[in-house]
Design a binder for this molecule. Structure first.
Ligand SMILES: [Zn+2]
Length: 433
């Protein structure tokens, strides 16, 4: 933080002092005096979240604690951090304080030719992320190596949300055909490999996508490309002639199957006609293959999800498959999707862990999804509402529930980017000028 920011901070404090004098708020007045003292010796907490239930699976924390943020980073997580020295104190009693959520299946690149192909249904990340507690998204192969530089320049570098990507093995990315990977020529593995290495901070995996061929070569080439770069293969093959069992057999531990609870594609559903999770699916889980929800418009059905949870196949991650259609239909947002699982019997803490540290682990980004000291201050403050709610699946079937997650506040790199009820604000009064 440069001197400009400190001057700016001091002038804000002076303004606040005036307001508090007028309002006669002596307690907060004392806090602000302490802030001035702290700034003078170079220590400052920008935001102090008090009394929340901190969930930080990486650091094995699930307890009532405070979180101090300074200069965009996590400064400290501990019980009873003194408010003296904090520029902003926010009481988050009764709420969960989680690392910012990570949505590992989104579509946020409109493509080099907007309106053409699958990229035409992409959304702008910032419009849908913070309001759902999300601070990082992974674009699922909307771009291939030919289009990734445009994606980086147009979207990744200009979004406040952290945007990562699985590179589509198909060179142009998603172009809206059912045969993206049919042509081995269009894979150009060496060029894709060079792109992954060049953009190693942004490309976290390789996607094999919509596919109508019968040849395993493209699938296996994409898998080899991912594994050679120590990254997962992200499998979104629901339009395919491959059986689900064969797909899982061609995947390795750490690879990710999405649209796991789908019921309408050519691909076999994971639950059989008697409501039993197919044994080879459970074997794949034991082998270490990860199951992402990938809700989207058609990828989530209660007749798959409910028996799966009961039989021990809860999702590893809550990828939304966020795009124009899904945000306006049954999916809505990541917290709504997570709420479905809350009402299916999963524990809130377990769900939040999978949506943060679990997601970071799936994409092998141990720097994300945690609240370690010095980590980037990406934080979601989440409420669990109680009441009467309804949740839709892709078939239009409804599950009634009595609990729902809600993002109360989202912090991205130390900055409050969402505050639903103004809990970080100074109370307005007619006496304030
Ligand atoms: Zn998708």
């Amino acid at each position: 933080m440069g001197s400009e920011c400190i001057e700016c901070t001091i002038s804000k404090i002076k303004m606040n002092l005036n307001k508090f004098k007028q309002a006669g708020r002596s307690v907060i007045f004392a806090i602000c005096l302490s802030v001035s003292a702290q700034i003078s010796i170079g220590q400052e907490i920008d935001i102090l979240l008090k009394n929340g239930h901190v969930i930080d699976a990486k650091n094995k924390i699930s307890a009532k604690m405070d979180v101090a943020v300074s200069n965009g980073k996590i400064m400290k997580v501990a019980a009873n951090i003194p408010v003296a020295g904090a520029k902003k104190v926010v009481d988050v009693s009764g709420m969960y304080v989680s690392p910012g959520l990570i949505d590992i299946h989104t579509h946020v690149f409109t493509g080099p030719n907007p309106g053409f192909g699958h990229g035409s249904s992409s959304v702008k990340a910032d419009d849908f992320t913070f309001r759902a507690g999300i601070t990082t998204v992974v674009d699922a192969g909307t771009s291939g190596y030919k289009t990734f530089p445009v994606f980086k320049e147009q979207i990744i570098d200009r979004s406040r949300t952290r945007v990562l990507a699985y590179l589509n093995a198909f060179a142009p990315g998603m172009v809206g055909t059912a045969a993206e990977q049919e042509d081995m020529q269009a894979l150009e593995i060496e060029k894709a490999d060079a792109t992954i290495k060049k953009y190693a901070d942004h490309i976290v995996g390789v996607k094999i996508g919509h596919y109508s061929g019968k040849d395993w070569k493209p699938f296996d080439a994409a898998a080899s490309l991912a594994h050679a770069n120590n990254r997962p293969l992200f499998v979104e093959c629901h339009i395919t002639e491959f059986s689900l069992e064969d797909q899982l057999n061609h995947m390795k531990a750490g690879d990710i199957l999405t649209h796991s609870y789908e019921n309408v594609s050519e691909r076999m559903p994971i639950v059989d006609d008697n409501g039993i999770v197919r044994p080879f699916v459970l074997d794949a889980r034991k082998k270490g293959i990860l199951f992402d929800v990938g809700h989207g418009g058609v990828g989530f059905w209660f007749n798959q999800a409910v028996p799966s949870v009961k039989q021990g196949l809860s999702p590893d991650t809550f990828g939304t498959d966020m795009h124009h259609n899904s945000v306006n239909s049954g999916m809505k947002d990541m917290l709504n999707l997570m709420s479905k699982y809350l009402n299916m019997g999963m524990q809130a803490e377990d769900i939040i862990q999978r949506a943060s540290w679990g997601s970071a682990s799936a994409i092998k980004r141990a720097d994300l999804g945690n609240l370690s000291e010095g980590a980037v201050a990406d934080i979601a403050v989440i409420n669990v509402l109680e009441g009467k709610f309804g949740f839709l699946d892709a078939g239009g079937f409804k599950l009634e529930g009595d609990k729902k997650f809600q993002a109360e506040m989202t912090i991205r790199a130390g900055r409050i980017v969402w505050d639903l009820n103004g809990i970080s604000g100074v109370p307005w009064s007619k006496d304030l000028k």
